[in-house]
Each structure stands twice: as structure tokens, then as C-alpha cells.
Write a protein that binds this ligand. Structure first.
Ligand code: PHE
Length: 390
């Protein structure tokens, strides 16, 4: 029975490919479109050290896709997700991007979270003529990879300046140390922006320490920083490292608060860091306390579907899908070219993570929400708007 079905399916697919192929040499995305589907490639860290990034983002993507399909799709066409695991590695992101572009022939790609991965994958999609939308890669270089590369989150020049201003002005801390991963685009970039902004405000960087590769012991870096006696420590790293870094600071008796960017985010943050991050701060992509109806219905529907709390990564994944939907509508169709044209026209899009427009550099301008870690919970301290900073 199963065999018979798959034989029929095979012929149906061959026929669809033939019809699609006759009309247009564009490949599978056209035949998929004619079959009433829009293929969206998704590439994320679904395993490896940053697996939380991929899993929570994918939940947000699936929530949006299921909602759209339940409402009849886009212009009658259903969205189909083809997802690939980058295993938390930039090189693997490039490998799976090639598969999505050449074998799966997706109409549009959504990914990745980590800037290092997005920077490696972007040229592949650009070359293939397929638009790519990163939900959450903040390094400025991501969208510089080509005119088909977009994002729906804020950028690290803004994030670095926001963190520096928050430390210097809101917390009143004038002596900062920095610890960052030299070989990671996100970490290095955000450290650079923070350093420049903090100094421009009048602050002093009392110690600046880089590490490389997989590090599980930060004893030496921490003693260097401890000796400089900072009032705040900026640590633009991902959630897997921050717990270890915080532990080593507390072990050496350093009590200064740690401050991070969006990369700390993970449902496991508190478990990984224990009490060592008590009183520390980091940046977030949306404000879950926002009374906006979109935000509140998102929170409710997410909890109902996944039985866990959503986070800002899932909200960005959700918004990325709806931004693509808006682009298909604005571009007049779901071919890679039409979606690219449509993405350039997205203005005043009202999402869960704010209202944003795609600017001429294919970026979005959005506020950053600073959160404070206390006990087992996170609380909002301040929302910084792009216009608040000079
Ligand atoms: N902004 C990070 C990067 O560019 C990714 C990230 C976004 C991580 C949001 C956590 C939350 O690499």
C-alpha cells in the first residue's frame, strides 16, 4: 500500500516538475508555487551549543506558518517549511544554504540567528537569486552581503551604543571591562561598538580581554579583569558561555554586574548561570509586558501551542514569517524576485517585536528592551528607542 502510494506520489511529482519546467526554467520554487505551495527554507542551530536559539526561533516560525495556513495560506497557497540544522556552526550554515538554494529550491530563506552563520550563508542565497531574511542576526555585515539579504531586528551598532549608554547613564557606572570571543563575528562586533560608545560618553575601559575557540574555564581572563577593578563588565557572548564566565567572576570575588547583549537569551539562562547572574542585565528584542493586542495574543497562542513561555527569538521568528507574507502580498507573488521586491517595500509593519520598516539597506530600526535578572525571573528595566540615542 505504502509502496503504491509512493509510486503515485512520484509520478505526480514528476508531472508537476514537468509542467513547472515547461513554463519556466526557474526550477522547483515555480513548480511548488504552481502546486499551490510556497517553499520557505529555514536554517537554524537546532543542535549543538546554541540549540536553544534554533529551537525557540523555529517554534515562532511554526506558530506563524500554522496560523497562515489555517487561514487559507497566502493567495490560496500554503506555506511549506524545509528546515535544516546548522549544528551551531557557520560552515554548516553555508553547506545547508547550498542545499536549500540548489536542491530544495526554496522561494525565500529564513535564518540564521547567529551573525557568523548568516554572514556565511548570505552569499549563497544572494548568488542563487533567493531572498534571505534573518530574524535575529544583528551584526551590520549580514545585510551587506548582497541586495537580497534582509533582517527584521536591530543592529549591533545600535545595540552596543544602547548598552554603553545604559551602563554609563542609567546605572552610572564609569569604569567598564570587556570580555569577548575574538573569533565570533557577533561578539567581536558588539564589543567594538560598546567600546567606542562607552569611551565617547566619557567612560574608561579598564580592561579588554579576548578569548578564542571553545573555552570552558575563564580563570585567567577573569583574574586580569578582576585586577583592574571595573564597575561593570560587558560580556557580549552567547548563553552557553555566560554562565561559565559569571561563575568564574563570582569565584574570584568580583561583584560588579555583568552586562550583555541579546546573545544571553535562552530558556535555560537562569539554570546555566545559577545565582551568579543575579542583578545582571542584558538586551532583548521585544517587550512581553507590552499591552499591544498583537503581543498579548502571541503570548497566549504560543503558550497554548508549545506549553512553554515564548521569548524574543521566537517572537522574531514569528515576525520574520509575517514579514515574508507581507512581502509576497506587496511584491504581487511568491517567486524569489517578487518576494525580494516585496521585502524592499515593507513599511510600518506591525509585528510582535514592534512596528518597523525595511530601510534602503534592508535593515529594520527597532527598540531594545533592557532586562534585569533577579532570582528566577527577568524584569524589564528600560526600553531604549533608536531616537533616544544620538
Ligand atoms: N544577535 C545575535 C547575533 O547576531 C543572535 C541572537 C539574537 C541571539 C537574539 C539571541 C537572541 O549573533
Amino acid at each position: 500500500m505504502r509502496k503504491a502510494l509512493s509510486v503515485i506520489a512520484f509520478f505526480a511529482m514528476a508531472l508537476a516538475a514537468l509542467i513547472g519546467g515547461c513554463k519556466d526554467k526557474g526550477g522547483d520554487n515555480n513548480s511548488a508555487a504552481e502546486a499551490g505551495e510556497i517553499k520557505i527554507g529555514v536554517f537554524l542551530s537546532l543542535s549543538g551549543k546554541n540549540a536553544d536559539f534554533g529551537k525557540t526561533t523555529k517554534n515562532g516560525i511554526m506558530l506563524a506558518v500554522d496560523e497562515i495556513n489555517a487561514a487559507g495560506g497566502i493567495g490560496g497557497k500554503k506555506l511549506v517549511i524545509v528546515d535544516k540544522d546548522t549544528r551551531s556552526q557557520p560552515d554548516q550554515a553555508q553547506t545547508v544554504a547550498k542545499a536549500l538554494a540548489t536542491s530544495d529550491k526554496v522561494a525565500v530563506a529564513i535564518g540564521s540567528v547567529e551573525s557568523g552563520q548568516s554572514i556565511k550563508a548570505a552569499p549563497v542565497f544572494q548568488e542563487a537569486g533567493i531572498p534571505m531574511v534573518s530574524p535575529s542576526s544583528t551584526n551590520p555585515d549580514v545585510t551587506k552581503q548582497g541586495d537580497r539579504i534582509f533582517r527584521v531586528c536591530y543592529l549591533d551598532d545600535f545595540q552596543g551604543q544602547a548598552c554603553a549608554t545604559f551602563a554609563y547613564k542609567d546605572l552610572g557606572l564609569k569604569k567598564a571591562a570587556i570580555i569577548f570571543a575574538q573569533d565570533d563575528d557577533y561578539s567581536k562586533g558588539l564589543a567594538d561598538f560598546f567600546r567606542a560608545s562607552f569611551k565617547a560618553l566619557g567612560g574608561t575601559i579598564v580592561e579588554d580581554v579576548a578569548f578564542q575557540g571553545e573555552v570552558s574555564e575563564f580563570k585567567d581572563q577573569v583574574s586580569k579583569i578582576a585586577a583592574a577593578n571595573p564597575e561593570v563588565i560587558f560580556a557580549p557572548v552567547y548563553y552557553g558561555s555566560i554562565g561559565l564566565i559569571a561563575r568564574d567572576f563570582r569565584k574570584q570575588g568580583v561583584k560588579a554586574p555583568l552586562l550583555g547583549g541579546d546573545g544571553w537569551e535562552s530558556p535555560q539562562l537562569i539554570q546555566l548561570a545559577g545565582e551568579t547572574l543575579e542583578g545582571c542585565y542584558f538586551g532583548y528584542h521585544y517587550d512581553p509586558e507590552d499591552k499591544d493586542e498583537k503581543v498579548q495574543s502571541y503570548l497566549k497562542n504560543y503558550k497554548a501551542k508549545f506549553n512553554t513561555e515564548p521569548n524574543s527569538l521566537s517572537a522574531l521568528g514569528y515576525d520574520a514569517v509575517y514579514t515574508v507574507k507581507a512581502a509576497i502580498e506587496l511584491g504581487g507573488g511568491a517567486s524569489p524576485d517578487q518576494i525580494t521586491q516585496g521585502l524592499r517595500k515593507v513599511k510600518d509593519f506591525h509585528g510582535v517585536t514592534g512596528t518597523y520598516s525595511i530601510d534602503e539597506n534592508r535593515n529594520a530600526k527597532k527598540p531594545i528592551t533592557m532586562l534585569k535578572i533577579g532570582g528566577t525571573s527577568l524584569s524589564k528595566v528600560k526600553v531604549i528607542q533608536p531616537g533616544d540615542l544620538k
